[in-house]
Design a protein around this ligand. Structure first.
Ligand code: FES
Length: 144
């Protein structure tokens, strides 16, 4: 069996989560590697959420919010975008490939796009292989 990455996806309640929810009843299949965490807005995602996800063994972290201009809270996704760019630099400093963190905009009607995104992102993380930090964390746990 091929390597199965673990991906944590933070989805904003109003657009991305609804889009993901649409994929199910519409019988769209997508990779089962994604564990979804619903947040009210992508602006709610604190940098520590992402860092904790990597520390706890996520091989990739996907953030999905409303398209620019569609945020339910006006500017949450713009805040998220600024944090995202900083976080990418930060995780690179920690030795985590920048590609392991991704931010995408998904609307409530984009179930198909969500399914395609998850499949493509899962493949890209699979190609990267297990995260280094994850391996280190496993070793730590084994010695505790
Ligand atoms: S409510 Fe969706 S990104 Fe703010």
């Amino acid at each position: 069996m091929s390597y199965q990455p673990t991906i944590l996806a933070f989805l904003c309640n109003w657009c991305a989560y609804t889009g993901a929810d649409l994929a199910g009843p519409s019988r769209m299949k997508y990779a089962a590697n994604v564990r979804i965490v619903r947040v009210m807005c992508s602006g709610r995602i604190e940098p520590t959420f992402v860092l904790e996800a990597f520390r706890e063994g996520a091989d990739g972290v996907l953030i999905c919010g409303c398209h620019p201009g569609d945020c339910h809270y006006q500017s949450g996704n713009y805040k998220c975008l600024r944090r995202y760019h900083l976080l990418k630099k930060y995780i690179a400093q920690m030795g985590i490939e920048e590609e392991r963190l991704s931010l995408e905009w998904i609307s409530a009607s984009e179930g198909r796009q969500f399914a395609t995104l998850v499949d493509k992102y899962t493949e890209s993380i699979r190609a990267l292989g297990p995260g280094k930090v994850f391996e280190n964390a496993k070793i730590k746990v084994a010695h505790e």
